[in-house]
Design a protein around this ligand. Structure first.
Ligand code: ADP
Ligand code: ASP
Ligand code: MG
Length: 466
């Protein structure tokens, strides 16, 4: 079997978890699978890289760079010493050199007081670039031949929208040409999260992007399966941190996971399903801390539905923008103006709702883009395309997801009457035409309670029948 295994941050954060990951790889290696491993940065490292890089633009001193350098050096070398004593010397040289390179870049940001999107991507890709050599050395220590390639060397070719790049089809042949021959004699370890443009400029694939790296590679290599190793037993009926009674979903469709991840289920990167779906490759989500558990299989086709609603998800870092004005009524092109301007400013609109009177349009966007959106739309107000525009950041979005609700009457009714009974005021509603989700907006403080209420209403803690 040709298998891609991706290990997330918690699954490779210290020597103990790296050993666990190596055991998992060894298990499949001894079954003579053709394997490829994709790794994330250690948990927390990407956050620290982002904070430091952004901080250097305004910081009065560069002390934080030295702190970060010693944290990265100590952390990676300590793990390396434990998991790969025989390969310590050569690997620690690679890690030390990379950290020196990173340090120079951070100092450059400090001195120039400028962090371009390109330098930001280059800097934040270091988490994976420091971790991959450790994992590869640990595999070799276990007797598994292994080598490291970064996302760029692996052939992942992306658009130039830094920080959230999208894989280009042109990369497929490159990935195949570079990786396929290696699988015959080695288990390559690829740094997740990064790729590069046609011109070779480093890009990153968005937060949690290593999932995406795994499916891009899996699709290009036409893998038999892609396994995402994480810190929970699979995709669950909701975030277990929010509802501890959440239950694992044994089987779920690509489209349902796309909806879930798009609406905030952090368990998978929102674009990561698409490459697997296009090639019909099953994706399994499994727990490194409970590897025997079957986890969740994500696949296509008609899944026999035992229940209408599969999962509830919740996203809190959003804002609502409401545009009002009677002059929008019956006037063609208003929506086009609004959405073109937002697109020009790279603002992703997550939900849209327009009243039938057309006197208002409400949009949900990511909270960090509110200011940009308000500024982008201001010229339309000045040209009297609408009367008023307001932003509300005290909101969150909740989505009820399940392909079983397509064509089945009653889910929306049940959803909103349960919320009504609980005294939760719904501020905006949106249902995609695919009918795989019903999403709505409530005040931020009501979000977690809305998830609890609906988890109970749709009896999601009950054992799955199929
Ligand atoms: P990794 O570092 O392995 O990529 P992440 O932290 O990105 O892991 O994703 C796993 C986390 O996603 C879980 O610990 C869980 O809290 C969260 N999560 C949110 N929604 C869900 C869901 N519906 N099912 C499972 N996990 C979820
Ligand atoms: N390290 C990156 C992040 O923290 C990518 C990933 O973990 O998948 O977002
Ligand atoms: Mg993740």
């Amino acid at each position: 079997m040709k298998l891609i295994m991706k290990f997330g941050g918690t699954s490779v954060q210290n020597a103990e978890s790296v050993r666990r990951a190596v055991d998992i790889v060894y298990g499949r290696y001894s079954l003579q699978d053709r394997l490829l491993v994709v790794v994330s940065a250690k948990r927390g490292v990407t956050d620290r890289l982002i904070t430091c890089a952004e901080g250097m633009v305004t910081s009065r001193d560069a002390d934080e760079v030295a702190e970060l350098v010693s944290y990265l050096l100590d952390g990676h070398l300590a793990t390396l010493r434990e998991v790969a004593p025989d390969f310590c010397e050569e690997t620690s040289e690679i890690i030390t050199r990379r950290i020196e390179n990173l340090r120079d870049f951070l100092y450059a940001v400090y001195h120039l007081r400028e962090l371009t999107v390109r330098s930001r991507d280059y800097i934040i890709s270091f988490g994976e670039r420091l971790n991959a050599p450790v994992i590869s050395a640990a595999l070799r220590q276990r007797g598994i031949p292994s080598m490291v390639l970064d996302g760029c060397e692996a052939g992942i070719t992306t658009t130039a929208n830094h920080g959230d790049a999208i894989a280009l089809p042109a990369g497929e042949a490159r990935i195949r040409a570079r990786l396929e021959p290696i699988l015959d004699h080695s288990v390559p370890v690829i740094t997740g999260f990064m790729g590069c443009t046609e011109k070779g400029v480093v890009t990153t694939l968005g937060r949690s992007g290593s999932d995406y790296s795994a499916t891009i590679i899996g699709a290009a290599l036409q893998a038999d399966e892609i396994w995402i190793w994480t810190d929970v037993d699979g995709i669950m009926t909701t975030d277990p941190r929010l509802v501890p009674e959440a239950r694992v979903i044994p089987r779920i469709s690509y489209i349902e996971v796309m909806e879930l991840s798009y609406f905030g289920a952090k368990v998978m990167h929102s674009r990561s399903i698409e490459p697997a779906m296009q090639k019909g490759i099953p994706v399994r989500v499994k727990n490194t801390f409970n590897p025997e558990f079957p986890g969740t299989v994500i696949e296509g086709g008609e899944l026999k539905e035992s229940r209408v609603v599969k999962a509830i998800t919740y996203i809190d870092k959003v804002a609502a923008i409401t545009i009002t004005g009677a002059q929008m009524v019956g006037r063609p092109g208003v929506a086009r103006h609004i959405f073109s301007l937002l697109a020009e400013h790279q603002i992703n609109v997550m939900m849209i709702s327009q009243g039938s009177s057309e006197a208002n349009i409400s949009l949900i966007i990511e909270a960090h883009q509110v200011r940009t959106a308000m500024e982008a739309l201001q010229p339309l107000k000045e040209r009297c395309v609408f009367r008023d525009i307001a932003a509300n950041e005290d909101v969150c979005a909740v989505a009820v997801v399940g392909s079983g609700m397509a064509g089945m009457a009653g889910t929306a009714g049940r959803t909103f009457s349960a919320l009504g009974k609980a005294g939760i005021n719904v501020m905006m509603i949106s249902q995609g035409s695919s009918e795989v989700n019903i999403s709505f907006v409530v005040r931020q403080e009501d979000g977690p309670r809305a998830v609890h209420v609906l988890h109970q209403e749709f009896e999601l803690t009950k054992q799955e029948l199929c």
